[in-house]
Design a binder for this molecule. Structure first.
Ligand SMILES: [Zn+2]
Length: 253
């Protein structure tokens, strides 16, 4: 869907429940910057198709917002088609890790026959890990042709998280630094990471973005932007106090 004159979002690619994953792209006069490659190459092909169709003459570039596989597993589709793949230098994943994510996805199949047939793996056919080739170590700007996209380093969820901001349209592709409606995923981090995450949220607030394309969940606009950032902040603050991720409480509260 189009969310601003030059910004688009692709929503709801299936992943291990309860997660569905988003991606997006930013279209300048000369280059189109795709943000995240989806959880498998089928999603990647869909993302590429839309990104190409909006302005077919543009060169395509891809950037990953973090190291988790739901944001990078479509990379091989783009790399195989000559697209430059950017991402944080700390993104170093393996095919064996993809295999365990696929196994987890298969295990979620309710029907025993379909589970045994591993039908859930069909969507991952041909998917393999390609890590970013252009490694980001500092904040950079992409000139897409009369349109800038700024890369902000936003650690917290993982040390590799980054956001892509389009100042001209006040659109922020924030990856999992802000998830919409979901409990933020704190499982992979420590109290130190969560404290960093709070600083990242301060930075995101200061951008005064009008639209947030989150890594997961519905797009945020208007009043929902500060509201959801505050919701995520409260959950992280509680986790820091209790030294426990919210998903580790059995009651689910
Ligand atoms: Zn994610």
């Amino acid at each position: 869907m189009q969310i601003a004159q030059h910004c688009f979002a692709l929503m709801g690619f299936a992943y291990t429940p309860p997660w569905s994953v988003n991606a997006g792209f930013i279209v300048g006069d000369e280059k189109t910057l795709i943000v995240d490659s989806g959880p498998h190459i089928l999603a990647a092909a869909t993302i590429e198709g839309y990104a190409h169709a909006v302005r077919p003459s543009n060169q395509l570039l891809l950037i990953n917002t973090e190291r988790h596989l739901d944001h990078i597993s479509g990379n091989s589709h783009f790399a195989d088609n000559g697209v430059e793949v950017y991402g944080h230098v700390g993104i170093q994943r393996q095919n064996s890790e993809l295999k365990s994510d696929i196994d987890e996805y298969i295990a979620c199949t309710p029907n025993a026959v379909r589970r045994k047939r591993e039908e859930a793996a069909i969507v991952f056919t041909g998917t393999r890990i390609i890590n970013p080739i252009y490694k980001i170590t500092s904040e950079i700007k992409f000139n897409l042709g009369n349109l800038n996209a700024e890369v902000l380093l936003t650690p917290g969820h993982t040390p590799t998280n980054l956001c892509v901001f389009v100042p001209a349209e006040r659109v922020l592709f924030c990856g999992d630094s802000v998830v919409s409606r979901y409990l933020p995923n704190l499982e992979g981090g420590s109290v130190r990471d969560w404290q960093q995450w709070l600083s990242t949220l301060d930075r995101i607030v200061a951008l005064e973005a009008e639209v947030l394309v989150c890594g997961h969940g519905p797009i945020l606009q208007g009043d929902n932007v500060p509201k959801e950032i505050q919701r995520v902040r409260t959950i992280i603050e509680r986790a820091i106090l209790g030294k426990k991720a919210p998903t580790s409480y059995e009651s689910g509260k």
